[in-house]
Design a binder for this molecule. Structure first.
Ligand code: SF4
Ligand code: SF3
Length: 528
């Protein structure tokens, strides 16, 4: 196998053995490559047949891309079935193409090995495109389940997939890399609109980490729609719901927080799940990444839905009947007494909901605090978490931020520090959780509003971005920040294996992006 799409890739170069660090087996990796090759084939078939593309074609592309994100789908059967559906769709667009013996190169599946084995700069640029659109597809998928789609975003998937299959050079590929960032901005705006119009504008909300006695269900991932359905189906059944990982920001949405049995958050970072789920008397439902291979101690309590799948785990299908999860929760019965859990720093609660709506509603206060010198600097410390020991950097960095600075955060990397109490500045908490990774859109909106208020460029604001990455959604967000011309981003804990030295030099020259070093050194550098 060859896979180097995530931050924990073996030896910081690539997973090449029988299984990846994430637990993905070589056979599964092969099937995911075939699936991707089929998607390129579908994009080739779309070329010239655009008028034949339907909502179903778009949905298939989103599903195919999302399925191959790290920690989403480990199930050979569902991956193969999806590939067959993609072939069938290509066959509909270009009938009998699959029966044709002569490879015309126009509608064929793409052999992804020719990408992995190709020139390292081309591989690097095509990887940025492929991994980036996997991330965008996940966000587009979440928006689509709420009934929101964007033609331009959908069309771009075909363009990008087509480009991956072409023998193009750097000059042709680089603009498409940046276009991934541009399209992702549109897609995150779409998802923001979908979430806020469906569930209301998030408001700052305290979330307890205590699990109350009685039956409960833990729900993980990013899909708010699944959470809403689960909340509705458990109402009045004496079952409490606890969020996990990227589901935490759900507590801040008015249309979700109004349910009294959405009680709190369970667990710390996603990479601790094998330890934390081992002994809980409750089922866990995964709606998206990050699913780790379940240990035998709790595998029979893990349920999946949407594109997530793991062999042997019960999958909740399109009918969205969560009865098996509900019955398991009642059967397990939960704790006999309330259990007071803490975050990794010992905190008993966390706060979320500082979306662009919440922060910009007190924009005057923020601007005044900056003008009067009470706030000297903003740090955006956000992104994915992961198991690499070097990720303690982010905890240490946040602990070292001076008292006259604000830490904006988002995505699951915040579990390293979101239970810290850093106090307030003029009533504004020093740590503000803006939400999930896609709520990078909120951070961008706030940065643009501050630049507007101070009549300067975003790069001239007293704002530093110290980002952590793990999977492919982080790739598209990073490309969005580059598309917006944001400079001086610090990225860690290691740089992507798929960025070749030449491509890295290009990013350094144009955007001055760099790796994190030590909290002290970076703090000194950023505060000048
Ligand atoms: Fe390795 Fe990451 Fe690929 Fe899993 S997703 S096989 S850990 S590079
Ligand atoms: Fe985390 Fe897996 Fe990326 Fe949405 S849940 S950010 S790593």
């Amino acid at each position: 196998m060859f896979c180097f799409q995530c931050e924990q890739t073996a030896g910081c170069t690539g997973c090449t053995r029988n299984a990846g660090v994430c637990g993905k087996k070589s056979g599964t990796a092969r099937l995911q490559d075939k699936l991707t090759g089929a998607l390129v084939g579908l994009a080739r078939a779309v070329e010239g047949n655009e008028d034949q593309v339907t909502k179903e074609t778009d949905a298939l592309v989103m599903e195919g891309l999302f399925t191959t994100i790290t920690n989403v789908n480990f199930n050979d059967e569902t991956i193969s079935a999806l590939t067959s559906r993609i072939h069938a769709e290509k066959d509909r667009l270009v009938p009998r193409c699959l029966d044709c013996a002569s490879a015309c190169g126009r509608n064929d599946d793409y052999d992804i090995d020719s990408l992995w084995d190709g020139d390292e700069d081309i591989r690097s640029l095509k990887s940025l495109i492929l991994f980036g659109i996997r991330g965008v597809a996940a966000y587009a998928y979440h928006a689509a389940v709420l009934g929101y789609t964007d033609e331009e975003v959908n069309r771009f998937f075909y363009k990008a997939l087509f480009a991956i299959g072409m023998d193009w050079d750097t000059d042709e590929l680089l603009p498409i890399v940046l276009e991934v960032g541009e399209i992702n901005l549109k897609c995150m705006a779409l998802l923001d609109q979908a979430n806020t119009e469906t569930f209301g504008m998030p408001t700052p909300t305290e979330v307890p980490l205590t699990v109350e006695k009685g039956p409960f269900i833990v729900i993980s991932g990013h899909d708010m729609h699944d959470l809403k359905l689960l909340i509705e189906q458990t109402e009045g059944k004496g079952i409490n719901i606890y969020t996990h990982g990227e589901m935490l920001p759900a507590h801040a949405y008015p249309e979700l927080k109004k349910f009294a049995h959405l009680k709190g958050n369970f667990g710390t970072a996603w990479q601790n799940q094998q330890k934390e789920f081992a002994s809980i008397p409750a089922p866990v439902l995964f709606t998206t990444n990050c699913l780790m291979p379940p240990k035998p101690s709790y595998a029979d309590r893990v349920f999946t839905t949407e594109v997530v799948s793991y062999p042997g785990c019960i999958h909740i299908g399109e009918n969205k009947d969560f009865t098996p999860v509900i019955e398991r929760a009642l059967q397990l019965g939960g704790y006999k007494e309330d259990q007071a859990f803490t975050g990794i720093n010992g905190g008993t609660k966390v706060t979320t909901g500082f979306s662009h709506g919440a922060v910009l509603s007190v924009a005057d206060k923020v601007v005044d605090a900056v003008k009067s010198g009470k706030i000297k600097h903003f740090f955006l410390v956000g992104g994915c978490d992961g198991a690499r020991p070097g990720r303690n950097y982010y905890t240490e960095f946040v602990k070292k931020t001076p008292p006259d600075t604000i830490v904006l955060t988002l995505a699951c990397g915040k579990y390293r520090f979101n239970d810290l109490d850093l106090g307030t500045i003029d009533g504004l908490p020093r740590i503000m959780d803006m939400g999930q990774c896609n709520d990078a859109y909120s951070a961008i909106q706030v940065a643009l509003a501050l630049a507007d208020a101070f009549e300067c460029e975003v790069n001239e604001l007293p704002l530093s971005m110290v980002l952590s990455w793990y999977e492919q959604k982080a790739v598209c967000i990073l490309l969005t920040l580059l598309h917006l011309g944001i400079k001086n981003i610090l990225l860690g804990p290691t740089l992507p294996a798929f960025i070749s030295p030449n491509v890295l030099n290009l990013l350094i020259e144009k955007y001055n992006i760099g790796p994190i070093t030590t909290p002290d050194e970076d703090m000194r550098k950023l505060l000048g």
